[in-house]
Design a protein around this ligand. Structure first.
Ligand code: CTP
Length: 408
């Protein structure tokens, strides 16, 4: 299944690096064309000569020639290779390299290549159990998932240190099966579907420097865009003001106000198969926007009142227009959650609604996790345990995937 596929194997400094000659051999047996890239630390565990012999290609390690007297080679080699690759696997991925990828560092050939690559990136962390469980490593792995990388969970068992727990490189057959799934598209169950996702807050201006807004971070919507695009959908992300990186392979349109979001969604909606409104749209906006910065009233009078006007309800407007699109809304409720969410589901003509309560531990705007209940049109509510927003995103997509299959 890997016949003719261009695969880059990035090997980093961990004891499991000693298994990589067999991994290269198995990938080549499956028909793949494998280019190995090593970090300097990896060479402590397996030699470049071994990996170049089994891969039949020179192993790449350094960005720069060892001295100015050496031939310069080609400076753009990392870019050429990034474009050549159809899949980039980092195995084993050390805690150090995971951290570098999560933060966009490019201090060696491998991390530079990863930044430049357009193809799917698969990371197989393997390290000692405590390094793996370390909160910083876990946060880095969540960041990688949120940035659109595929993570292969390590296996549990006895580790080189003698400790037991997760951290082992999975069986090679499992690694190869994972790559095949990505390359052959069997995890791409949303291929051919166009999905529009909204994310973040909206900011409604009061004057040139102030606004009415809310605390939405946009993480849930970005996780949805990321998960949908990993599953093969053509994703457009309409985002309010957030400070998040655009997930790989999604088209992003930035807006500020509810009116701008309405205009963008309304324009894009007719050609979509689904709309997932995870944005926390401000329900009200100042009735007038002051042209100049409002000055403080120093007379000691009673303060300032701002009169607000209603914003359009984007979801409701599109719910009344929809032809065969799948519509998903969110409901943030602090009381009578199920009842209120069901009411919104029917009033806005939705196919599913995702209910959350910001008061629950691990749920809400600023967390990396969420606790939600998904309510479909006919089914009973499905309450999920606390999980990462990326995993919640996949659960939401699981809810609509069967409906999407029957659309068009
Ligand atoms: N929504 C929208 N346009 C708005 C407000 C909300 O499209 N002007 C969408 C949100 O993206 C979300 C859902 O509608 O998917 C939330 O429903 P809504 O009834 O607006 O919830 P709340 O704003 O929380 O309403 P309330 O405060 O009355 O509970």
């Amino acid at each position: 299944m890997l016949r003719g596929k261009h695969i880059i194997l990035g090997v980093t400094g961990g004891i499991a690096a000693y298994k990589t000659p067999w991994l290269v051999r198995d990938l080549i047996r499956e028909g793949a064309d494998v280019q190995v890239v090593m970090t300097r630390s990896a060479t402590q565990f397996v030699t470049p000569l071994t990996l170049s012999t089994v891969s039949k290609r020179e192993v790449l390690m350094d960005l720069f020639p060892p001295s100015t007297e050496e031939p310069t080679g080609r400076w753009t080699e990392h870019i050429d290779l990034a474009l050549w690759a159809e899949l980039l696997l980092v195995a084993p991925a050390s805690a150090n390299t995971v951290a570098k990828i999560a933060h966009g560092l490019a201090d060696n050939f491998l991390t530079t290549l990863i930044l430049a690559a357009r193809c799917p990136l698969v990371v197989s962390p393997a390290m000692d159990v405590d390094m793996y469980r370390n909160e910083v490593t876990q946060a880095n792995l969540v960041a990688l998932k949120e940035a659109g990388c595929h993570i292969i969970e390590p296996e549990s068992g006895e580790l080189a240190s003698g400790l037991k727990g997760p951290g082992r490189l999975p069986e090679l057959a499992r690694l190869i099966e994972f790559l095949e799934k990505i390359l052959t598209g069997s995890t791409r169950d949303l291929a051919g579907k166009k999905i529009l996702v909204t994310a973040g807050p909206t900011f409604e201006p009061i004057d040139p420097v102030r606004f009415v807004g809310n605390r939405s971070s946009g993480r849930m919507g970005f996780a949805l865009a990321n998960a949908a695009s990993q599953r093969g959908a053509e994703v457009t992300l309409v985002s309010g003001p957030v400070s998040l990186a655009t997930p790989r392979q999604t088209t992003r349109i930035d807006v500020r106000t509810a009116a701008e979001m309405m205009a963008a969604v309304d324009r894009l909606f007719p050609e979509q198969d689904a709309l997932i409104m995870s944005a926390a749209v401000a329900d009200y906006a100042p009735a007038t926007i002051a042209e100049q910065k409002i000055k403080r009233d120093r007379s000691g009078s009673s303060g300032l009142s701002i009169s607000l006007k209603s914003n359009p309800d984007i979801l409701k407007a599109l719910g009344s227009k929809k032809t065969n699109q799948v519509l998903v809304g969110f409901a943030l409720e602090t009381e009578n959650g199920l009842e209120n969410a069901r009411k919104k589901l029917s009033e806005k003509n939705l196919d599913a609604i995702v209910l959350n309560d910001p008061g629950v531990e691990g749920a809400g705007f600023e967390t990396a996790t969420n606790v939600v209940t998904i309510i479909g049109r006919s089914g009973s509510p499905r309450t999920l345990p606390k999980m990462s927003k990326f995993d919640v995103a996949n659960e939401i997509l699981n809810e609509i995937a069967p409906i999407l299959k029957s659309v068009r």
